[in-house]
Design a protein around this ligand. Structure first.
Ligand code: HEC
Length: 142
C-alpha cells in the first residue's frame, strides 16, 4: 500500500514537472526557410523592387553574405520587421507591406533558399514560425 502511494506521488510529480516545462518553453519556429516558404513569383517581383529601391545602396552579392551572417537561426519575422521599419534607408517604411514581403522573398532567394508553392505572407505570427536557416545552403546566382 505504502509503495503504491509512493509510485502515485512520483508519477504525479513527474506529470507536474512535464506540464510546467511545456508551459515555460518559448515558441520554437516550426518551419525553416529551406522548406520553400516563398513563391518564385514573389521573388521575381522582389527582384524588380530591389533593383528600383535597394540597389542604389546594396548589391545582392554583398547583401546575401551579411544577411546570412546576421539573421541565421533567427525567426524570419525579425528580418521582415527590420526591412519594413528601416529600409529603404532614404525612405524608411516606404514600401507597401506586400512589397516588403516580395523583397524579403528575393533576399531569401539570393541566399540560396528554394521557392515553393505556399507563398510568404507579412503576418507576424506566420513569419515568427519560420526560422532563417543556413543548413545546406548554396549560393544562388543573383
Ligand atoms: C540610401 C541607401 C539605402 C537604401 C536605398 C537601402 N538601404 Fe538597406 N541599408 C543601408 C545602410 C547604410 C545599412 C546599414 C545599417 C544602417 O546604417 O542602418 C543598411 C542595412 C540593411 C539591412 C541589414 C544589413 C544586412 O545586410 O543584413 C537590410 C536587410 C537592408 N538594408 C535591406 C534593404 C532593402 C530590402 C532595401 C530596399 C527596399 C534597402 N535596404 C534599401 C542603406 C540603404
Amino acid at each position: 500500500m505504502r509503495r503504491g502511494w509512493t509510485t502515485l506521488i512520483a508519477a504525479c510529480m513527474l506529470a507536474c514537472v512535464r506540464q510546467g516545462s511545456a508551459q515555460q518553453a518559448a515558441p520554437v519556429p516550426s518551419r525553416s526557410t529551406l522548406d520553400g516558404v516563398f513563391t518564385a513569383g514573389q521573388a521575381a517581383a522582389g527582384r524588380k523592387l530591389y533593383g528600383l529601391r535597394c540597389r542604389s545602396c546594396h548589391t545582392p552579392e554583398g547583401h546575401s553574405a551579411t544577411i546570412k551572417a546576421k539573421w541565421s537561426g533567427r525567426p524570419l519575422s525579425e528580418l521582415f520587421q527590420y526591412i519594413s521599419e528601416n529600409m529603404p534607408k532614404d525612405n524608411p517604411g516606404g514600401l507597401e507591406p506586400d512589397e516588403d514581403v516580395q523583397t524579403l522573398a528575393y533576399l531569401l532567394q539570393t541566399t540560396g533558399m528554394p521557392s515553393g508553392t505556399g507563398g510568404l505572407s507579412g503576418d507576424e505570427a506566420e513569419l515568427s514560425a519560420i526560422r532563417f536557416d543556413t543548413l545546406g545552403m548554396r549560393e544562388a546566382k543573383p
